[in-house]
Write a protein that binds this ligand. Structure first.
Ligand SMILES: *Cc1c(COP(=O)(O)O)cnc(C)c1O
Length: 383
């Protein structure tokens, strides 16, 4: 129950163990096409260029920047946590001129600040932001930010690593130009793949480049020789078994249905919240912007947060995450992602926290958390 990798379903693990066929085998090529179609559903897009890159979420991030940013391009990066900072690194390494819009960690990106930054930087080519900041547990309004960027003709690069499959991501409806995700968060697949999607405007920008994409491996023009339509040619050896696993994970998601998956994440978050609050603990992010799949819980004063995590792991085999950067030592990050977003985990987590914190003499209201979580579950139970 950390910030990822999340638990992988036995069905996905079973898929991983199937015999490895050639990456140009006709049966595998058929699976690739099916994968692309299922990813379009997951991203809620019709973009033909929607496929999994061979590499973790960070590769998806880098692929978006290296393909879309050319030396001298102005890129506005909205930064409200660790991953926004990485976007900035990417822009600088591509030779872009980065304009940073900073927001407090734990808050969403402020659309007014983006508007101001666009006004003071006419000619900006791209706006980049993180939809779900895993480092803080805050969700930004991707629809509003994209709309602002589009209204002045900017392209958008959106990080949906933690949001995809957990909270609504609607690439076409929101008009997102390029988005990337990861397999190990709410998709509950093994780590190491990065689903991406590129819209027409983004592809035109790639085609109109004056310079070569500086990364050979991530150059979309070359990758599409393998993942595009028509005859496939060798680019790199695809991670065949991981792709079986992703295919199975997407099947599971589709069987449940995206809307139901989003509702399940919200529901389990409410149960967790009831348990956390019954102990007298609180959340670090304002309610309206909280991610149901990544719960940032404030560490009570005087509590050694690392010791709590150590005891959870040793006594309960339960992993939760620590705070990063400016939030280190101040929060725990409790993941309820994908397959792991279920009542059993909620009860295990609040029960274990209750026992461990009481045992350490922390100032909490002991012995109520599990019942409170269960009550909230019953009150909000759907279906
Ligand atoms: C996890 C994460 C990444 C990086 O994904 P990796 O698979 O670890 O490379 C990028 N952005 C966000 C928001 C993430 O949560």
């Amino acid at each position: 129950m950390g910030p990822g990798p999340s638990d992988v379903s036995p069905r996905v693990l079973e898929a991983l163990a199937r015999p490895t066929v050639g990456h140009l085998d006709p049966a595998f090529v058929a699976l690739m096409e099916d994968l692309k179609e299922r990813l379009r559903y997951t991203f809620q897009t019709q973009n033909p260029i929607t496929f999994p890159l061979s590499g973790p979420g960070s590769v998806g991030m880098e692929a978006c920047f290296v393909n879309l940013v050319e030396p001298g391009d102005t890129v506005i990066v909205c930064r409200n946590g660790v991953f926004g900072g990485r976007m900035l690194e990417n822009v600088e390494r591509c030779g872009g001129r980065a304009v940073v819009v900073d927001d407090t960690w734990g808050s969403p990106v402020d659309p007014n600040k983006l508007e101001d930054a666009l006004k003071s930087n006419p000619g900006t080519k791209i706006v980049a932001f993180v939809h779900a900041e895993t480092s803080t547990g805050a969700q930004s309004d991707a629809r509003a930010l994209t709309e602002i960027a589009r209204s002045v003709g900017c392209l958008t690069i959106v990080d949906t690593v933690t949001s995809l499959g957990g909270t609504p991501v609607k690439v076409d409806e929101w008009g997102i130009d390029a988005a990337y995700s990861g397999t190990q968060k709410c998709l509950s697949c093994v780590p190491g793949l990065s689903p991406v999607t590129f819209g027409e405007r983004a592809l035109s920008a790639v085609k109109a480049r004056r310079t070569k994409v500086q990364s050979w491996f991530m150059d979309l023009n070359l990758i599409m020789g393998y993942w595009g339509e028509g005859k496939r040619t060798y680019h790199h050896t695809a991670p065949v078994n991981s792709l079986y696993a992703l295919h199975e994970a997407l099947l599971i998601l589709q069987e449940e249905g995206l809307e139901k998956a989003w509702a399940r994440h919200a529901h389990n978050h409410r149960s967790l919240r009831a348990g956390i609050e019954a102990m007298g603990l609180s959340f670090a992010v304002e309610e309206a912007h909280r991610l149901p799949q990544l719960n940032a819980v404030s560490v009570p004063a005087g509590v050694d947060e690392a010791e709590v995590r150590r005891r959870l792991l040793e006594d309960y085999s339960l992993e939760i995450g620590a705070g990063l950067g400016s939030m280190a030592g101040k929060i725990w990050r409790v993941g309820l992602m994908g397959h792991a977003s279920n009542l059993r985990n909620v009860l295990l987590c609040v029960g274990a926290l209750d026992t461990v914190l009481s045992g350490m003499g922390a100032p909490i209201r002991a012995g109520r958390a599990v019942a409170a979580a269960l009550d909230a579950h019953r009150a909000g139970a759907v279906g």
